[in-house]
Design a protein around this ligand. Structure first.
Ligand SMILES: [Zn+2]
Length: 185
C-alpha cells in the first residue's frame, strides 16, 4: 500500500505511531532487510527509506512524497515476532520499494496502486512471494482481512490477544493450500 498525501489522516496517524517505537523482536533487522532489497533491486532509489514496526494500520505500507522525497516504510507490529521469517520481511520490503519505482496509475478509468507492470516486476524479483504469503495466511488468518478498496491487508483489533500464539515455520507449510488467498500489500 502506498500513501502519497502528507496531509491525509492516514499519513499523520502513521507518523504518530512511528513516534512510539516498538522494541524489535524479530530474528533479523528490518531496516537492514530494506537496505539489502534497495541495493540489490532498486539502484535508482538513492537512500533507503526509514523502516519500522508500528502498532497501527495495515499489514504494511509506504508513505512516499515525491515533492519532498520523503519515504517511510511501516510494518504492522503483528509481524514484530521472533518467528516471523526473513522471507516475509524481504517480500514486504521489495513490495513497498516497488511502489516508489512504479507509481499508481489509472487503468480503465480507475486508479490503482498495483498496475500490471507492478506485478510483473514483483514476480521477477520476489522468488519468496508464494511461501511468504502462505506463511502469512497460515499464521495470521484470524487477525487479517483483505481490504479490496484500499488494496491492502487490514489487521483486526484482536491481533494483540493472539500475538504470542505459536507460529508455524516455512518448512511445515503447504503452499498450494493458500494459492487463492490475497497477495496485495
Ligand atoms: Zn502494494
Amino acid at each position: 500500500m502506498i500513501i502519497c498525501d502528507p496531509y491525509s489522516r492516514e499519513w499523520k496517524r502513521l507518523a504518530k505511531a512511528r513516534s512510539q517505537p516498538c522494541l524489535p523482536q524479530t530474528s533479523f533487522d528490518l531496516q537492514e532487510e530494506l537496505e539489502n532489497a534497495r541495493l540489490r533491486h532498486f539502484s535508482q532509489i538513492n537512500v533507503s527509506p526509514h523502516c519500522c514496526f508500528v502498532d497501527y494500520g495495515h499489514l504494511a505500507c509506504i508513505c512516499s512524497d515525491r515533492e519532498t522525497g520523503f519515504a517511510g516504510v511501516y510494518v504492522h507490529q503483528i509481524l514484530n515476532h521472533p518467528d516471523t521469517p526473513r522471507e516475509v520481511a524481504a517480500l514486504i520490503c521489495k513490495h513497498e520499494l516497488l511502489h516508489v519505482e512504479i507509481p499508481p496509475r489509472e487503468i480503465d478509468g480507475k486508479n490503482t496502486d498495483h498496475p500490471p507492470e507492478f506485478w510483473d516486476r514483483e514476480n521477477a524479483i520476489c522468488p519468496e512471494k508464494r511461501i511468504a504469503w502462505a506463511w502469512i495466511w497460515e499464521n495470521l488468518w484470524s487477525c487479517i482481512r483483505v481490504d479490496k478498496k484500499r488494496e491492502g491487508i487490514t489487521v483486526l483489533k484482536q491481533w494483540k490477544s493472539r500475538w504470542d500464539l505459536p507460529r508455524i515455520g516455512l518448512s511445515e507449510i503447504d503452499i498450494a493450500a493458500y494459492s487463492d488467498r490475497g497477495t496485495v500489500l
